[in-house]
Unconditional design. Sequence first.
Length: 122
Amino acid sequence: MRFMLIRKADKETEAGILPSKEVFAAMTRYHEELAKAGVLLQGEGLRASAKGARVKLSGGKPSVTDGPFTESKELIAGFTMIQVKSREEAIEWARRWPPIDAEAEIEIRQLFEPEDFAELMS
């Protein structure tokens, strides 16, 4: 089962402030621990929404809105992709997220697997 651990954005990440050396080192150790356990698939930080854009499709026509986006609690600052045996194991790994931020929210979302679409592909 693949899960994405999503680090929600905050004022600092949206301001484009890079993590401190301590935060960077803690996240590196966390990803090394995931890799050593054989569950890490990928992990990346994202630039602030000011560097991004949104494409909205309405009536089949795309419209583009440049960032920044105002609702930062709905934005993503980074993610870690893991492959584990259960939702509970994914939660346990999220609980081990380094306690480096004063406030941080990690959302856990399971990815669809090819077998989830087997009925549609037959």
